[in-house]
Design a protein. Structure first.
Length: 137
């Protein structure tokens, strides 16, 4: 898996409307061009999951991968992504003091209902030509 130096990779549920909307929001607010993106359903997503033996029955909506450091799931991934936006978003760090299982309970509630509440697409989103370079195949 080749990720450009200094970049982090966000894996997301490519058929989830909430997840796709969140990726669009992140792209808009990623002023330092830190992130690259790949659907969990893509070949690189499947490879990442297999290599790390991730149980997709427990983690199936978002992963943040910092090459050579770690990967983060669920609410921790969301908080780490949000904090990179700067400004008031840095205040999201406050929520890291809440124990992970408590944060993840709320995250799981939304993740479990995301298709019912926000809808689902039949296939992964196709980035516009302008955004194509931000996605890893």
């Amino acid at each position: 898996m080749k990720i450009p130096d200094g970049k982090q990779l966000i894996f997301f549920d490519g058929v989830c409307n909430l997840c796709n909307g969140s990726i669009q929001y992140i792209i808009k607010h990623d002023k330092n061009d830190l992130f690259r993106y790949a659907p969990l359903q893509s070949e690189i997503g499947k490879e990442f999951i297999k290599e790390r033996k991730i149980d997709t029955s427990k983690v199936d909506s978002i992963l943040l991968y910092e090459p050579n450091i770690a990967y983060y799931t669920k609410s921790t991934a969301v908080l780490k992504i949000g904090r990179t936006f700067g400004g008031g978003y840095k205040l999201l760090g406050i929520f890291e003091f809440i124990p992970g299982p408590v944060r993840d309970w709320f995250y799981d509630l939304i993740a479990k209902n995301r298709y019912k509440w926000f809808g689902k697409q039949n296939e992964c989103m196709i980035p516009t030509p302008e955004l194509k370079a931000k996605f890893i195949d």
